[in-house]
Structure formats: C-alpha cells, structure tokens
Design a binder for this molecule. Structure first.
Ligand code: SF4
Length: 398
C-alpha cells in the first residue's frame, strides 16, 4: 500500500503490531474479499477493501513483532493476521508461512494462533507440521449460519472441508473449531447447534462465543434486511446472554461428541497443546465447569497468586507503572490500557483486571446484555475504587 494511503488509514488499521487478549497480534496485511456480514472491519472503515494489501514487507513485519517492547520469547502468545484479512487467502498464505518459518527458525516456542475460515489443504498441514518449536493452533471460524447475507462463505463447504483436512493431518498443530458468532435467531436452533458440534467431532477443542454488537456492523446487516437482535444495546465486549450460554452447553452435552468445549479462546488453545491456560482463567472458576478434569488439574497446578514482589518485577521488566490490588484469582490495576494489561497477564498467567472496566460474576469478558449483575458486586467495585483512591493519595504523599 502506498505510504500516502497508509497515512490516511484509521490508526487501528495501520497498527502493524498490537497487543490483544489472545496475544501479540501481527497484521501487516489488511483487506479481505470474504464479506462476512458481522466483520469487525466495519468498525475501522476497512470493510470495502476487498484486496489484501501489504503495509510493509514480511521481513520488516517479523522484526517489528519480535522487536516489540512486550514481545518475550517462549512466553508471549502471538496471533497472525487476525484483524483484517484471512491468513489462508492465496495472496496472504505465503506471508503466513514466511512468518511462521522465521519465528520457528529462532527456536521460539510461543503459542501462535491462526484464525481462518478459508481453504486449508493437506499440503498446508504438511508445511505446518514441519515447524519444530512454535505451538501453532489453527482456529476455524464456523458458526453454522447459512444466511449468505451474514455468512457468504457458507454457500460453499470450504470451512467444513478445511476442518476435516486439518483434523485428519494434524500431529503437533492444534486444531480448534471456533464456534462464533452465536446469535439468537441466526444459529441457535437445536439442529444448527447439533450440526456445528458434529463438524467439531474430530478437532482438539471447540471454543464458543457471541458477537460484537456494535452500531457499524448492526447498521450494515440491518441495511441488508437481516434481523439483528439486542436492539441498540451496543457494547465494547461480545454479547453472549446467560440463557444462550446454557443452551450451548446443553447442546454439547447432548451431542455425544467427546471434543471438549471451552468459553475462552486461550483455554481451547492451551488444551490443544496440553498446557495450562495462559490467561489464568482458572482465577475465574465459573468458566471451568465444562473443562476436562486433566486440564483443570494443569491449570490448578499452574495457578499462583502473584506476590507484590513478583508484580513489581514484571512491571519493572516491561517498564509499566500502575497501582494494584491483589485479590483472589485476579489483580486489579488502573490506567494501563489493554495492551499493557495483557502483556502482564500473559507473563504471570494470571488475570489482570482494569478498575474502570470490571468483569461481572458469570459474565466474564462479556457485555451485560442478557445478564443480571449482583448488586453486591457494584458495592464491591465502589469499595475497590475507594481503596485505589486512597493508595493514589498515599503515593502522592511519598
Ligand atoms: S481449567 Fe479453566 S482456565 Fe483452565 S483451560 Fe479449563 S476452562 Fe480454562
């Protein structure tokens, strides 16, 4: 992409390396022809760009990733092309493999998450299986939605075929069915759920989640005549009402498949590689009721409440500053911003929370749409704010 055009992009679109909850994310190619109706590119004015374009060379991109202040060999989970394109599009795939080979050649054992809904062949799996160090996981977005206005790729059976191919040829590569978005009225009918679960019969794990209900994608879909639920109740987090969560879990239990089901991406990815969750969700025990006992043990064994000395050490190492309060299962911080918070979370494999965006019981990482928060929790948050204010006052006095 010419520099002048890059300069005109939304800053989020031109950001080549950024930290997200599932990992440090490399996105030096943007643009996609797949036209998924709910695509997050609606939020940043990139949905109309159908041809993937390079923002910099792939060699430069690898240097930007490994040179990022928050990158730590063997620790930082990495995501490739998960923001604004599909990594298995023909024009993108050579760059995907180039990045993977470059990282693997350095001996890095980091998790690498690759999300796709496109064609993955046996030859692609052979390439992935040649890697010796990285823990690569393919996450296949498959929702069971058949309305081509919402899910145009569903007209073909591309994704289902790819899931089957990947499951049949994986040895060290993790394969996850990414069941999303699950939306009332679109794909929550029992037969649709049964079908998706059947597609996930032979993969390592199934991860389910809701969708980002925001005005930009809702406006686009409603413009096409699609019924979009949740009214005008837009949120920064994905929406997965409690009753829908329960219906998904019940459908999975009834399906008879043996593939484990997870609510969190990192949980499914970690399970696929036989390691504890790198986001420390064991600290939010309500998420773990559906997890296999062996995996629960892994996470329990790995879980340590960080001491102030351990937190101070990580903050110093990463060059961050924040007041913090250590509670059972998580650490509250203030004003770090998502990118820094996740870097600490992945280093400690422990939940790091933000005072201004608290997680509510039974709605971790989800919008409150379809949930009924406990009023006592609001009181706890108020007390916590007071505690932070007091800490800040003392710090100012020092
Ligand atoms: S035990 Fe809990 S935190 Fe660990 S992988 Fe399972 S669901 Fe995730």
């Amino acid at each position: 992409m010419p520099a002048a055009q890059i300069a005109g992009l939304d800053p989020y679109m031109s950001l080549i390396v950024g930290y997200r909850k599932s990992g440090l994310s490399l996105n030096h190619i943007i643009g996609c022809p797949l036209d998924c109706g709910y695509c997050v590119r609606h939020f940043w004015g990139n949905f109309e760009v159908k041809v993937p374009q390079l923002l910099c060379s792939t060699d430069e991109a690898v240097e930007k990733l490994t040179g990022h202040a928050a990158f730590q060999p063997h620790i930082t989970p990495i995501q490739l092309f998960n923001k604004a394109t599909d990594p298995f599009l023909p024009g993108v795939k050579p760059h995907l493999f180039q990045v993977l080979r470059a990282l693997d050649a350095r001996g890095y054992t980091n998790h690498v998450l690759v999300i796709t809904r496109f064609t993955v062949t046996e030859a692609d799996m052979d390439e992935l299986e040649k890697l010796r160090h990285l823990k690569v996981t393919l996450l296949f977005t498959y929702s069971g939605i058949t309305d081509p206005r919402v899910e145009p790729v569903a007209k073909s059976s591309i994704t289902q075929t790819s899931v089957r191919t990947a499951a049949a040829h994986k040895r060290r590569t993790g394969v996850v069915l990414y069941w999303r978005p699950i939306v009332p009225g679109w794909n929550d009918a029992p037969e649709t759920m049964a079908h998706v679960l059947d597609v996930g019969r032979d993969v390592d794990a199934i991860v389910f989640t809701g969708y980002y209900h925001k005005s930009e994608n809702a406006g686009y879909l409603r413009g096409l005549g699609v019924d979009v639920p949740y009214g005008e109740d837009f949120h920064r987090r994905k929406t997965m009402p409690a009753d829908l969560d329960a219906a998904v879990v019940a459908a999975w239990r009834e399906s008879g498949i043996t593939t484990p089901l997870f609510r969190k991406t990192s949980c499914g990815v970690a399970y696929a590689h036989g390691v504890p969750d790198y986001n420390g969700h064991w600290g939010v025990r309500e998420l773990c009721d559906i997890c296999p006992s062996l995996q629960r043990q892994r996470c329990a064994d790995d879980h340590t409440t960080p001491t102030p000395a351990a937190i101070d050490q990580v903050l110093t190492h990463l060059g961050y500053e924040t007041p913090y309060v250590i509670e059972d299962g998580h650490v509250w911080t203030h004003g770090l911003g998502e990118q820094r918070r996740y870097a600490i979370q992945h280093t400690l494999r422990h939940q790091i929370w933000e005072l201004d965006q608290p997680h509510y019981l039974h709605a971790h990482g989800r919008s409150l749409n379809g949930h009924h928060p406990d009023p006592e929790q609001a009181e706890q948050f108020a007390a916590l704010r007071e505690q932070f204010a007091t800490t800040a006052r003392y710090e100012e006095d020092d």
